[in-house]
Each structure stands twice: as structure tokens, then as C-alpha cells.
Design a protein around this ligand. Structure first.
Ligand SMILES: [Cu+2]
Length: 73
């Protein structure tokens, strides 16, 4: 069983305002398994939580929304 809730922080470049943050959150939430997406505009990060989501798919969805997403420090 893989029901555990996971939380991952993604670096997102190119967000400049609340609209950008909302677009990134909506893109992340459109991915299966994502239950919550919280954007920190100041840090340029998005925190994604949920269970069983594919991180690559989340990154791709955010990229398709027009923002460069990556994982890692
Ligand atoms: Cu914006």
C-alpha cells in the first residue's frame, strides 16, 4: 500500500505576482494525487502535498503553465 501523504518542495522560477502563484498552484493541483499546493512567491518555491503523485508530472504541469520548475537545492 502506498497511501502515505508526502510533501515535496519544488523550486519555481518566473513567478512575479499572485496570479503566477495561482497558476502554479492550479497546475500542480491538476495532477492526480496532489491534494494541496502552496506557493511561496518570495522564495520562488511551491510545496506540493498529496499521496501517490508523480513528481515529474507535477514539474511538467508547472512547466506547461509557463514556469521553470525543478527539484533540489
Ligand atoms: Cu504574475
Amino acid at each position: 500500500m502506498d497511501n502515505s501523504e508526502t510533501k515535496t518542495t519544488i523550486n519555481v522560477k518566473g513567478m512575479t505576482c499572485g496570479h503566477c502563484a495561482q497558476a502554479v498552484e492550479e497546475a500542480a493541483l491538476s495532477v492526480d494525487g496532489v491534494s494541496q499546493a502552496t506557493v511561496d512567491l518570495g522564495k520562488g518555491q511551491a510545496t506540493i502535498s498529496g499521496s501517490g503523485f508523480d513528481l515529474d508530472t507535477v514539474i511538467q504541469a508547472i512547466s506547461e503553465a509557463g514556469y521553470a520548475a525543478s527539484v533540489g537545492e
